[in-house]
Design a protein around this ligand. Sequence first.
Ligand code: ATP
Ligand code: MG
Length: 812
Amino acid sequence: MTGLTFTERFIKARHDVIALDFKHLNDMQLKAVMTTEGPLLLLAGAGSGKTTVLINRIANLLKYGRGADTTEVPDFVTEQDLQFLEHYAKNPTPEGSGRALSLCAVEPVEPWRMIAITFTNKAADELKARLERVLGEGANDVWAMTFHSACVRILRRDIDRLGFDRSFTIYDSSDSQSLMKRILKELDMDDKTYPPRTLLGYISRAKDEMISAESFYESADKSGDIRRRHIGRAYLEYSNRMKASNALDFDDLILFTVRLLQEHEDVLEYYQRRFRYVLIDEYQDTNNLQYLLASLLAGGHENICVVGDDDQSIYKFRGATIENILSFESNYKNARVIRLEQNYRSTGYILSAANDVIKNNQGRKGKKLWTEKENGEKLTLHVAHDEREEASFVTSRIIADLAAGDKWSDHAVLYRLNAQSNALEYAFKRSGVPYRIIGGTRFFDRAEIKDMLAYLCVVVNPSDDLRLMRIINNPPRGIGQVTLDAVEALAARTGQPVFEVLKESEAYEDLRKAAPKLHQFVNLITDLQSAAAEAPLDGFYDTLIERTGYVKVLEAKATDENLTRIENVQELKSNIVNFLREMPEGTLFDFLNEIALYTDIDQYDKNADSVVMMTMHSAKGLEFDTVFIVGAEEGIFPGVRSIGEAEEMEEERRLCYVAMTRARKKLYFTAARQRMIFGRTTAGRTSRFVDEVSSENIEKPEAVSAPVGYIFDDGEASEKHETASRSFSRVYRAERQDYKKRDLKPITPPGAAAAPVPAYNKGDVVNHKAFGRGLITDVQPAGGDALIEVAFDSVGTKRLMAKSASAYMQKI
Ligand SMILES: Nc1ncnc2c1ncn2[C@@H]1O[C@H](COP(=O)(O)OP(=O)(O)OP(=O)(O)O)[C@@H](O)[C@H]1O
Ligand SMILES: [Mg+2]
């Protein structure tokens, strides 16, 4: 150690000791973990360990404090200590670890001084879980959460400064849409000319640029452009209503937090002082507001670490801008940039295929990932006749993998559009494949769940007009539409929340007749409020069901649909119970907070063994052994709208890159020659992205003959195909209708209709490829097929369709 000062020796020894703790990382990753002070951009490709670095960086800060930037030696370190460290770095022993830690932990950072932001709750949970594994309880105090949850926390504390009440409610996108629909009606605007979704898109973009409703309207008014003026009025009205209901939408959460921090210096100072370290994952997908928020939070210490990949930017349509990542170096003067190039996730063929695709994009920084892994299996392209054959291909591959020892949850099916999940769901249900669908009609989107949540919200915040109007006559209380219109008109005229109008209903001429009923409703809500204050949440939920009579009404007319609804209403209680398990002191208020932030990804519980289905967008950051990218057809993926639009096409290609790089070992592309989607038949040739994969990386069927063109309606499609396809499409539609009517009773594939039902009988012992040995306990004829119930030794009882099951299940 000659030539080095005591300090230099200490710094080196400390570095080496810490490195022992992170020896699972490569050199560049370790460097990123040890670079704790100042702005740092980690720009790296998919699967190169960005998120891994983020987690280890937090672990390092919590355990040792500063990284390689330490310049001071703590007073208490003696020459003897240093010699011990130098020796320990080379020959670590379990006995020495305590002493080494106490010497190296220079300034361990308190967990609450860190905020780590990711995009999905799932990712945030994973972050917390991984931190907990490394650090135990202490990890709980790290703010590891989504942008939205962080904002809710900040706003709950100080939103009164912006003239809102702290008990504000949060509107999800469908709440916003209902509100917008109502506004359009009142403003006499045609929702065909001004689709609510489009209007909300404008509003969202305006918010992202921090253009208030007032100034938007003002400039629209001056412009003389009638359309813009209408949009401005809708925006203005929307803002006013939100304010009156004390409600915030998802964009507001971030916008208001940014405003709060910009307008109130003491609040800004509080957070800037508090958060010494700000870390952000998936930085390529931040929009302007999120960028501002990150900059504000990090403004004090400027210890901001952002990680991202310009090739994975897939949220341009939401206002995300790659600029945020590309201009990081110019925004922060002392910014350091670390690049990672080794991919640890995927096998050689998969990585090489992903590189084949993404290299076709022009505007990119250009990087090439490499892997030490074997080449593995080539990609597979399967071209099916239609979406149902595609689905059965996926099913059979998954079941074959199960037979070979894989788990269901090793498999993910990714699609471009939620609607594509339908055919897959049917196939999975018929074959007993457990699956989890993320997105689509989510549990929380069901009408009955929205009703129950509306009750809960109104109990907490009776000024929430939108939700109150949803439940005021639901279940029916004899309050007619005329009365409801009058109530709303009065609320609008007097500028009061609907609930206040109801309370004084006899004072208004228009309401006098209905006043007793309206009062009953007011009493119901106030009673529920006191019940909520007294009972624990789960007990209160029972009271709510009983007092509102919601379930009783459904029971009175016990159709299948109503029974399912009752089940769902009950199922919400499982959420409450689970919530209370996690947070025993949790209040109704806390529960609603959590629910309001459920995004699609949250329902994906990694512990439950099931195949995961989701859009490619939702798959960001996740990884699976086997990935199916379904619907790889021109017009579906890439979508029609991107065809002929260079920029959009690049975004689709990035999405393809994201999807492909989710796979660890096996990657399938599947396409259908014709497809029924949104009630129409489409036909498209195989996706250009598949063509871009070099032939040495993918196995393709010999001759892929496919029609040219993208979307036909049924008539056109049948002209271009043989008569068979016309009748197919009609049969298929009819069956599908039938299927809907009979709920879960199956549809029969065309041609298979005449196939005999496999002869399974009650009492037969069977062997199923995926589920193993089972005993048939029931057989019921069902629309030309049979619904059989099998008690399996391994997975318990399952209900399967005989025809689908026969491919995987033999009598023994
Ligand atoms: N140094 C390493 N040695 C072994 N495995 C690693 C290493 N670094 C990361 N991994 C593994 O590689 C996989 C991908 O890591 P991670 O999810 O952190 O990548 P990422 O860059 O965040 O990917 P994405 O761009 O998809 O978000 C994970 O399974 C992780 O455990
Ligand atoms: Mg990641």
